[in-house]
Design a protein around this ligand. Structure first.
Ligand code: PLP
Length: 359
């Protein structure tokens, strides 16, 4: 158990007036969680304090060598004003995997969950009331040693900030166009693809910008060795419904193991779908598209929950998916996941974790 010291702000900010105009990750709440690490002492001084800039030395390791990891979660408000999280311990465990790869000292799962719940409890009035809106939670850890030598830092900061965010689908669920990237890669065996580290994103921005210039919503990454097998999309995992079987890339080092992906797979299996995890060749996907067998494609991630795809372009050829609208499996997953998250459906899977009122 962390002994979290709480200092409340003397100058609370005004809550957003129009929750339909929040957007994503633009506004932040009144407080943040902070805890420091020093080699020989360990993680110490856990506290919740007024949201404020960090003061960091310009020679701080994170600025130069990107020793940094993060997580992404949401807090949801139910009709009876319960505030709840979705599988927080899975995010905590994943952050430990990211820590290990980036040589960052791990944070115990129960400490991570306690810290998230304490901050959300303090900020519970910031959890939006509007349908589909939620409090986005961003835990992150970064190296704070001062000096330009390349080594694992001896000092770190673990912080959590919260951002009230609008419904992802404020204008209804619009299927997106996806560009299959065949020049740049996101991950390769032995690298950091399975971790949520800022460096993965830094390396992916260029492909995303080029695709956006051509009107695509996201990039679909192929494997980094042969550029033959599909891996994932931007900040989402991706699943393919072909002939009533659901295919997706195995999470074996190069693909981020999404909590949403894992939950969708469990639901699909409960519903009797066959889910195949393995190597899926982009050539086979395109062929299925040409033959009209590509029933549905959808991305999965905490922000969107599911994001249907209507068009895929690879090496200049485009295939259209289904009739261009959200498909029945995608819709059912969306309804079931969001139903549980916002407390409209019973939590039959034990995935919901309530944020009790303590502070
Ligand atoms: C966070 C993330 C996902 C989705 O993970 P969730 O736990 O479902 O939110 C997928 N791919 C990448 C690269 C990510 O960073």
């Amino acid at each position: 158990m962390l002994d979290i010291k709480i200092t409340r702000t003397a100058a609370p900010k005004a809550k957003p007036e129009d929750e339909t105009k929040l957007g994503f990750g633009k506004k932040f709440t009144d407080h943040m969680f902070v805890m420091e690490y020093e080699k020989g002492i360990g993680w110490h001084n856990p506290r919740i304090e007024p949201y404020a800039p960090f003061q960091l030395d310009p020679a701080c390791v994170v600025f130069h060598y990107a020793q940094e990891i993060f997580e992404g979660m949401k807090a949801y408000r139910t009709a009876d004003d319960t505030i709840q999280l979705f599988r927080p311990e899975v995010n905590a465990a994943r952050m430990q995997d990211s820590s290990d790869r980036l040589c960052i000292p791990p944070i115990p799962v129960e400490d991570y969950v306690q810290a998230v719940k304490a901050l959300v409890d303090v900020e519970r009035d910031w959890v939006p009331h509007t349908d589909g809106a939620s409090l986005y939670i961003r835990p992150f850890v970064f190296a704070t040693d001062v000096g330009l030598g390349v080594h694992a830092s001896h000092h770190y900061i673990f912080s959590i900030i919260c951002s009230p965010s609008g419904a992802y689908y404020a204008e209804g669920i619009n299927p997106v166009r996806i560009y299959v990237e065949d020049e740049y890669i996101r991950a390769a065996p032995g690298l950091t693809g399975f971790t949520k580290c800022g460096g993965n994103y830094a390396a992916s921005i260029k492909a995303g910008e080029l695709a956006a210039q051509q009107g695509y919503a996201q990039v679909l990454w192929l494997d980094g060795v042969e550029k033959k097998y599909v891996e994932e999309v931007g900040s989402m995992n991706i699943l393919f419904n072909i002939d009533c079987k659901v295919y997706n890339a195995a999470c074996e080092g190069t693909v981020l193991p999404g909590v949403t992906r894992r939950s969708c797979i469990e639901l699909l299996q409960d519903w009797g779908y066959e889910v195949v995890e393995g190597k899926i060749a982009i050539a086979d996907i395109m062929q299925a598209g040409r033959e009209g067998k590509l029933e549905e494609i959808f991305g999965t991630g905490t922000a969107a929950v599911v994001s249907p795809v209507k068009e895929l372009t690879w090496k200049g050829e485009s295939v259209l998916i289904g009739d261009g609208n959200i498909g029945p499996v995608t819709q059912k997953l969306y309804d079931t996941m969001t139903g549980m998250q916002w407390g409209k459906l019973p939590d039959t899977k034990g995935w919901i974790s309530v944020v009790e009122k303590v502070y």
